[in-house]
Ligand binder design. Structure first.
Ligand code: ADP
Ligand code: GLC
Length: 485
């Protein structure tokens, strides 16, 4: 089979720069696709961390005037990934969060910054680099979504395009008057173009013009075609339904391997879970929780935003404590939620603990030491933490939305008896329903036999990129066989 060349375009990539699951996907999918005969190069912004980590860098494009400054495109490798790095200091030479100022607000020139990224993707697609002519351009989320739009308006023969929606809640909205600065023609500002209620939506550019649309779970693919889940794009997505599919995410099973994970004190596997006890004790000590082995320790690893439903979990703390559980929270984000969890820790010392911030080592320890992991999201395109939890024997307790619905098998009676249950699901997304799921989990935990079966069924679930990568590979091959003008 001939190899297919893909230019992937992403604004973050694990392990160099990450704010959420997008980075995990951008960082892990290329390796899984290599096994399918797909050659991926990823175009990322030249943030300081990315430039620092780049090895064997070679300048492949230079432009003195590119979106208001000079820019170079570098080709190189980083953590096993083949990268193109857009080194444009006036846009990307900023440390910290890739989207936010140190004060936590969007950089005022984000429109320019990520239009530049997408523009460079289109240049590469149209032949800017003689040694790398992609067969397919794959844009991730709003930051890359203008790439298919640029290619459309250039009107030249071009590779096929795929747009993956990781989160429809981020439409990438910017004022109309940015249009000429980002090199979009006036005729693009129409309903059939990038116009969205009087503004430019970068995401819409991708949704409108990509040859194929994907999102990260089959259930989310259905939800976003509804008026409620479509967040203003439902009509467009219904129109393009024949181009839209849901491909579940995987996780990097080398980074997330309880048998070899260097970040946890007790390595373990499905054959020998003994190490989990040491991890649980280490986690309890680290967070100032009472070091008791038989209390159900419930973990959370999450951005603290309304998407994730963690306000509901705050309200169910009386149920959590009433069932004899402990709570370990790792998260950062909205100030109200941060304050709420800090207050809960103070009110219930020894029972509610956590860390408000971002900490990868602690994320691994929670997966490896907590008995269960709560993901009570209001919507969840896929979700990765429940996948890690399955692999680490932390039983997921999740709402029935998006990828959570697709990746967890509820421990109802039939599934428990049949041995297929891997977690607990609840609907609707309310405190009452969440409390009900917590009570069901607590009851199963008291029966050590049931709990062990649920854990082992979760650990036996294939959460790797193997199957998703085969789906992406099929999609790319289909597009690579076509000509687009
Ligand atoms: P989203 O991308 O919506 O934030 P996902 O579940 O897809 O949600 O991915 C979140 C990723 O970020 C996971 O890899 C998770 O472990 C990680 N993560 C989230 N919050 C934190 C945190 N506070 N510290 C460390 N890792 C975190
Ligand atoms: C988004 C979604 C999350 C998904 C991740 C990676 O951040 O919120 O559900 O897992 O992207 O696709």
């Amino acid at each position: 089979m001939t190899s297919v060349r893909v230019l992937s375009v992403a604004s973050e990539i694990y392990p160099t720069i990450k704010t959420g699951g997008l980075a995990d996907v951008a960082g892990a999918l290329p390796g899984a696709l290599a096994a399918e005969g797909i050659e991926v190069r990823t175009l990322v912004p030249g943030y300081p961390d990315v430039l620092r980590a780049l090895e064997a860098a070679e300048e492949v494009v230079r432009s003195e005037l590119f979106f208001g400054g000079s820019a170079r495109l570098l080709a190189g490798r980083s953590s096993g990934l083949d990268l193109f790095v857009l080194d444009a200091p006036h846009l990307f030479a900023r440390t910290g969060n890739p989207y936010l100022t140190p004060d936590g607000v969007d950089w005022p020139d984000n429109g320019l910054r990520f239009a530049a990224l997408s523009h460079m993707a289109a240049e590469i697609a149209l032949g800017a680099i003689a040694s790398f002519a992609p067969d397919v351009v794959h844009a991730h989320d709003w930051q890359a979504a203008l790439a298919p739009a640029y290619l459309h308006y250039r009107g030249r023969p071009r590779p096929g395009t795929v747009m993956t929606v990781h989160n429809l809640a981020f439409p990438g909205l910017f004022p109309h008057d940015l249009l000429s600065a980002i090199d979009l023609p006036p005729e693009s500002f129409v309903i059939q173009g990038v116009e969205y209620y009087g503004r430019i939506s970068f995401l819409k550019g991708g949704l409108q013009f990509a040859d194929r649309l994907t999102t990260v779970s089959p259930t989310y693919a259905r939800e976003i075609q509804t008026d409620e889940g479509g967040m203003g794009f439902g009509g467009l997505l219904r129109e393009r339904a024949d181009r839209l599919s849901g491909i579940l995410n995987g996780i990097d099973v080398a980074v997330w391997d309880p048998a070899t994970d260097p970040r946890i004190p007790g390595n373990f596997s499905a054959g020998d879970l003994a190490g989990r006890a040491a991890n649980k004790a280490a986690l309890q000590r680290r967070l100032g929780l009472e070091v008791v082995p038989d209390a159900l320790l419930l973990g959370v690893i999450s951005r603290l935003s309304s998407q994730k439903g963690l306000d509901l979990l705050l309200e169910t703390i009386p149920t959590v404590l009433g069932q004899g559980m402990q709570l370990a929270v790792l998260g950062s984000g909205d100030r109200d939620l941060q304050d709420g969890y800090r207050a809960a820790m103070q009110a219930h010392p020894g029972l509610v603990g956590g860390w408000i911030g971002y900490d990868e080592d602690l994320a691994h320890l929670i997966q490896a030491g907590a008995d269960a992991l709560a993901v009570p999201s209001r919507f969840e395109p896929c979700g990765l933490t429940q996948l890690c939890a399955l692999r680490y024997g932390a039983v997921p307790i999740v709402s029935r939305v998006g990828g959570l619905e697709d990746t967890v098998v509820d421990a109802d009676d039939a599934a428990l008896v049949g041995g297929s249950a891997t977690g607990f699901k609840f609907a609707p997304v309310t405190t009452e329903a969440l409390a009900g799921a917590l009570r069901r989990a607590a009851a199963a935990f008291r029966s050590k036999f049931d709990w062990r079966r649920i854990q082992l069924a979760g650990m036996a679930t294939d959460v790797s990129w193997r199957r998703p990568a085969a789906h992406y590979a099929a999609l790319y091959r289909e597009l690579a066989g076509m000509r687009y003008t």
